[in-house]
Design a protein. Structure first.
Length: 212
């Protein structure tokens, strides 16, 4: 089962991706993590990514798509995968289709903007593996320490109120058009993200017809 997770920054995509990875036994593929991995392994694509990032430039869509295609072709994706953070724009979605990267369901996690602002002030992210927590809704077992790799948790610079509002504005302008695109394909599944993590997760599993 190949899934895409859509949702505004702070909507809970990372948290749900972690749960679904365990429940469905398929990997969650984060664009940010892929870019870092590509640079770390020193591949030709990784060197391209490093060049763009060293110059302070955005990594072009075609390079990101090459990395996605390379990643989903790996053995651990044979039974499916979850794309988190990709696609972000309509051209990226169209490019995935043109490359025959098959998607079964697109899950859009819908959360009120005001709630997202409150959520993101309490968000903490692992400095090493990128696992996401929240001081109230999803706290780590030990304060300030990642459950998975025991590295320290940090507050992201882009979780300040002004930055959050700007990111939400960009999301609504660019990424929400993807909902119309995937709705026309019959693949869109709308999930209320204002409810608890557990309830939202159960609704996702029901929406994609998964039995765990």
């Amino acid at each position: 089962m190949n899934l895409i997770l859509l949702g505004a920054p702070g909507a809970g995509k990372g948290t749900q991706a972690e749960l679904l990875t365990k429940q469905l036994s398929i990997p969650a593929i984060s664009t940010g993590n892929m870019l870092r991995e590509a640079m770390a392994n020193g591949s030709d694509l990784g060197q391209k990514v490093k060049k763009f990032m060293d110059e302070g430039s955005l990594v072009p869509d075609d390079v990101i798509l090459d990395i996605v295609a390379e990643r989903v072709a790996q053995a651990d994706c044979t039974d499916g995968y979850i794309l988190d953070g990709m696609p972000r724009t309509l051209p990226q979605a169209e490019a995935l289709d043109s490359r025959n990267i098959k998607i079964d369901h697109v899950i859009s996690i819908e959360v009120d903007d005001a709630l997202i602002e409150n959520r993101m002030t309490g968000r903490r992210v692992c400095s090493k593996c990128g696992a996401s927590y929240h001081v109230i809704a999803n706290p780590p077992k030990a304060e300030g320490i990642c459950d998975q790799c025991q590295s320290s948790l940090m507050i992201r610079k882009d979780d300040t109120p002004d930055t959050v509002r700007h990111r939400l504005q960009v999301y609504h302008q660019q990424t929400e058009v993807l909902k119309d695109y995937y709705a026309k394909c019959g693949k869109l599944r709308i999930i209320d993200g204002n409810q608890s993590i557990e309830d939202a997760n159960r609704k996702i599993l029901e929406a994609i017809g998964a039995k765990v």
